[in-house]
Design a binder for this molecule. Structure first.
Ligand SMILES: C[S@@+](CC[C@H](N)C(=O)[O-])C[C@H]1O[C@@H](n2cnc3c(N)ncnc32)[C@H](O)[C@@H]1O
Length: 204
């Protein structure tokens, strides 16, 4: 019941059934529809989506957070999702029936480039960028976070899924310190689902 697909970016991707759900995994990580989906749901529960009119998702994967937003939170407004990997975008469409429509825009691009050139403002930015178990190091550099801040609306919220490995790193701490200077409140949740650190920054 496991389908393996090669990806230039994430090596071998596995689509496999587990506990009645079709998971998207890499060699060492769950990308979508398993613990990853639970981690992002934990973060979304801390955010008021009533006044959220647009969401930018950096890291589409199989699109499990879109399922959570649409089904569990009944969020029917605009979502723009970015992923660098055309193989993953194809998996999201064919294995998980993710549809591009007037409410869901999928763009195949490096997230770093996207935020550099983007001129739209989003009410919620979800940052879920991994290669296997690691957040690529460019996403812990402040130049990326400057661009993220430029892409959010005045009252916009940021939800960042950071890996366990980076939990104690100085770089992650400098991102947290930077966000504190730019937005009003930064909440750090450690060991969400026993693994990841989730960071939420929002106005008070
Ligand atoms: C954990 S998965 C995302 C899961 C997804 N948010 C969900 O809800 O199912 C991480 C994704 O980040 C993408 N990614 C990694 N580096 C990237 C980059 N530089 N630009 C855009 N996407 C990237 C990977 O291709 C992978 O699909």
């Amino acid at each position: 019941m496991t389908r393996k697909v090669k990806s230039k970016f994430s090596d071998t991707l596995e689509i496999t059934w587990y506990n009645g759900k079709k998971h998207l995994n890499t060699k060492n990580a769950n990308y979508s529809y398993g613990s990853l989906q639970a981690i992002l749901k934990f973060g979304l529960e801390k955010i008021d989506l009533k006044n959220t009119n647009s969401i930018l998702l950096l890291g589409l994967g199989g699109g499990s957070v879109i399922e959570t937003l649409r089904q569990d939170f009944n969020y029917q407004k605009q979502i723009t999702a970015i992923d660098i990997d055309p193989v993953i975008i194809d998996i999201a469409k064919t294995e998980y029936q993710l549809e591009s429509n007037s409410n869901t825009t999928v763009i195949c691009e490096d997230a770093l480039q996207f935020v550099k050139t983007n001129t739209s403002k989003f009410d919620l930015i979800i940052i879920d960028l991994f290669i296997d178990i690691k957040v690529p190091k460019e996403f812990l550099e402040l130049s990326f976070w400057e661009d993220v801040i430029k892409s959010k609306s005045t009252n916009g919220v940021i939800l960042f899924n950071a890996s366990l490995e980076d939990k104690k790193s100085n770089q992650l701490q400098s991102v947290i310190d930077f966000l504190k200077t730019k937005v009003y409140k930064v909440d750090v949740y450690e060991k969400v689902n026993d693994t990841n650190t989730v960071i939420i920054s929002k106005p008070i």
